[in-house]
Design a protein around this ligand. Structure first.
Ligand SMILES: C[S@@+](CC[C@H](N)C(=O)[O-])C[C@H]1O[C@@H](n2cnc3c(N)ncnc32)[C@H](O)[C@@H]1O
Length: 285
């Protein structure tokens, strides 16, 4: 894994973690910056608190383009969902690491492309779950479920997921700006493989992933997350490619996020690496 990741100054949060801060999943803890709320701040959202904004401002001192990078990441979500529904013919999506509701949520884009689409959102942040449940009231074809992505068997066994997802049909699984919250010890490639395993050929994965390949300052920004709900682990290009072994990369392969299938007439920026994220879509054959 690239980037130096110092020891956390606080006990690690996470399943099996014994840290006193682990209660952020069950107790509202606005004092602990959350990856979801920091990202919401970058996107200009309102569901963030002083601790999130302070962390976000520190990240911005290292990465002046981070707000634009977050918008570029969200634009990828929209293009990838349209590709999966319109080009790959997929009607069921699982969005791992949903984030707080924003403009152009996955189910809105998917349903606009195909009214028969179904979307299952997965996140472990209670603030995300509360806001997303509110957003999805009255939407029968989408649901948000509280799971940690490090427990893929629990995700696949969830009765609500099984109500919306047909295991005999290809699925599109989104891991957008979320896999860098898994350490190598969490084995993200195995988690992706386990989530795709029950689904047939034609299933797809779409992901973006933070990297310090073009901007070493990303390492300093990632260190801010040591005091947040989830540490961050940026990866190099070969490390990101190694997350999808055995899958076939959709053209143009792994690229900077704004370079992946830009909208017709849209030109990628002069410095696409200022997006700080790699993007890829890959197909199970
Ligand atoms: C930066 S946001 C990305 C949101 C959205 N996917 C996007 O790209 O616009 C990361 C999200 O992943 C969630 N997340 C982080 N680690 C997770 C885990 N282990 N299990 C489930 N969700 C997780 C966070 O709560 C947060 O909502």
């Amino acid at each position: 894994m690239s980037g130096d990741t110092p020891k956390s100054p606080v006990p690690p949060a996470g399943p099996g973690g014994s840290g006193e801060r682990d209660d952020w999943r069950t107790t509202f803890r606005p004092d602990i910056p959350s990856s979801a709320r920091i990202y919401d701040y970058f996107l200009g959202g309102k569901d963030n608190y002083p601790a999130d904004r302070e962390a976000a401002r520190t990240i911005t001192t290292h990465l002046p383009n981070i707000r634009e990078a977050a918008r570029i990441n969200r634009a990828f979500v929209r293009r990838a969902v349209r590709y999966l529904v319109n080009e790959a013919g997929i009607t069921q999506l699982i969005d791992i690491g949903t984030g707080l509701p924003t403009m152009g949520n996955v189910h809105e884009v998917a349903l606009d492309a195909n009214p028969a689409a179904r979307v299952v959102y997965i996140d472990h942040d209670p603030v995300v779950l509360a806001h997303a449940r509110n957003m999805l009231q009255g939407t029968a074809s989408a649901v948000i479920l509280g799971h940690d992505m490090r427990a893929p068997a629990d995700i696949l066994a969830d009765r609500e997921l099984r109500r919306l997802v047909n295991f005999d049909e290809p699925v599109g699984v989104l891991f957008v700006s979320v896999l860098h919250f898994l350490s190598d010890a969490d084995d993200p490639a195995a988690i992706i493989g386990e989530l795709l395993a029950p689904f047939p050929a034609g299933s797809h994965v779409a992901l973006t992933h933070g990297t310090a390949d073009a901007a070493p300052e990303v390492n300093a920004a990632a260190r801010v997350y040591q005091a947040a709900t989830t540490p961050m682990y940026v990866r190099s290009r070969p490390e990101v490619l190694a997350l999808v072994p055995g899958l076939e990369l959709v053209e143009p392969g792994l690229v900077w996020t704004p370079e992946w299938h830009p909208e017709p007439g849209e030109h990628p920026p002069d410095h696409p690496s200022d997006s700080y994220y790699y993007a890829l879509v890959a197909r199970k054959s």
